[in-house]
Design a protein around this ligand. Structure first.
Ligand SMILES: [Zn+2]
Length: 139
């Protein structure tokens, strides 16, 4: 059997990933596109689309989402309703460092084996030979 396993990322790597995710405009762009699609599908009074207003709304919406994500780490939708975090919060996003099983987060943040759950983001799946040597030199 191949020696594949979960290994913990270095704290430097975790920070880099967080920063990259935080400043990535992809999520904001996706949500804005979705909202604008809904707006576009709404019935209009006149037959023509006001492209200027449309573009301005798109830009405002995108900037608000992007800035909110950079500042607070969440997408604050400029509409009534809850704010939306990354979808990973809903799935198997935690890992137990003792038994190395991925699982949903629990209220107590502890695994059935007693281990303290950590965000799966802090771990990386590696295949056989890559798992043997340390991924980054210890500082
Ligand atoms: Zn466990």
């Amino acid at each position: 059997m191949a020696d594949a396993m979960w290994i913990r990322r270095s704290s430097t790597e975790i920070e880099q990933r967080k920063r990259r995710q935080r400043f990535s405009p992809v999520g904001a762009l996706g949500i804005t596109t979705f909202i604008m699609l809904l707006v576009w599908l709404l019935p209009r009074h006149s037959g023509s689309t006001h492209w200027k207003a449309f573009a301005l709304t798109f830009l405002t919406c995108f900037v608000l989402l992007y800035v909110s994500h950079v500042l607070v780490g969440r997408y604050l939708i400029p509409l009534p309703g809850p704010s939306y975090g990354p979808p990973t919060a809903l799935i198997l996003n935690m890992i137990c460092p003792l038994c190395r099983t991925t699982q949903p987060d629990t209220d107590s943040h502890t695994c059935q084996c007693g281990g303290q759950l950590e965000p799966l983001d802090h771990w990386r799946w590696v295949e056989d030979d890559k798992a043997k040597g340390p991924s980054t030199p210890a500082i």
